[in-house]
Write a protein that binds this ligand. Sequence first.
Ligand code: S3P
Length: 463
Amino acid sequence: MPDSRPSCDEVTMPCRAMPSRGLVGRAHVPGDKSISHRAVLTGSLCVGETRIRGLLEADDVMATVGACRQMGAWIATDGDGNWTVSGVGVGGFLEPEDILDCGNSGTGVRLLMGALATSQVTAILTGDASLRSRPMDRVVDPLAEFGARFRGRLHGRLPLTMTGAPLPIPVTYALPVPSAQVKSAILYAGLNCRGRTTVIEDAPTRDHTERMLAAFGADLSVEMDGAERQIHVRGHVEMVPQSLTVPGDISSAAFPLAAGLMTEDADIVLPGIGVNPTRTGLLTTLDEMGAGIVIENERQAGGEPVADLRVRSQDLVGVDVPPERSPTMIDEYPILAAVAACAEGDTVMRGIAELRVKECDRIAAMVEGLERCGVRITEHEDGMTVHGRGAGSVSGGAVCRTFHDHRIAMSFLCLGLAAKAPIGVDDARPIRTSFPGFIGLMESLGAEFVQAGHAEGGVTICA
Ligand code: S3P
């Protein structure tokens, strides 16, 4: 496990969660990150004005906004959550004059690479230390089949230079790993390619790209062949700008949901959360654990199903999570591991080796942190088993390393609210990646945090 200690000139924001109870109220979580990236990119590929309400204004999405602006899209906000994107049309990206910095965002960089693969430009892409360490060959390989050329580091790692195919050839590609990012990169590439591009997946991954491209008028169709899903896009069709509202992010809602379940006397309502079935694996799993989460007021927003979720404190039992469910809850395993520590019995999570190549190695990070908090956990090459001892059993009284990973930071802070003694994280700044208002929103429900050096804007920790 690489050392995550910052260097001497780096400012960090340690934060401690205090044991809390009685979390009550309505919590508005910010817009869905996956849909936000796609809304910005799709709008950038349309001529005319796309209007987006509820865009996630977090570092990850702002990096995609910055990259699209560098390639000719005009993107502005009224400061009140309403964004306008005036795009360049399919295949219309201009050559960026400088490096495209995608920050921490795997989704941002992989989707952009897709659109660039069939654009007549050369671009250099990079990101932060976490993103530079993540494998990009999973998108480079299929995009090279269109005729795009790449020069990156080992395994295609960033920084990477790419040149879009001058005469793109349509591709048929069966995904070797279930990945919505790879699927989406290929579909964005197919938009500017004569003929039909096909992606085949045998495990359904989030389908936001399919829904959005179809809503913008792309020639996209989906065929089922047994369990296999074939997604076809026919290129060279102009898309039509749309007005859309981004639903609340279920992957962010997972944190107040978990805190409500794990702490005493909680009653929390989360309005307007996206409940697309390709994203709700955590709700299914929590239901099997006895969570009794109420899903009400189901409706549609921006071509996506949305509902209000209500959660109350609950005694939970451990479960075996079926590996085939993993694509529908891939980002929720860290917080599920925290919840499992407060459940009675073992929770087995297997078939999730993908977690090792996320913003950090999330299996190793959760194993290390949970052990520090006094939880028994067994690490597997492809997962982990948490040996829970029931509500109120987690000792806490530890500081956990987040490895610059937003979801690891929020998972341990939520667990700290339910532990016997406070749980700290070495750095809460990565939370800005996906959920900038997390601390304030949790405090509005009654959670208590102590942010070290808060008044001074942070403290410097030397390695
Ligand atoms: C995402 C897909 C998932 C997920 C990521 C967002 C997306 O990654 O982990 O946070 O928006 O397409 P993979 O497609 O690599 O599994």
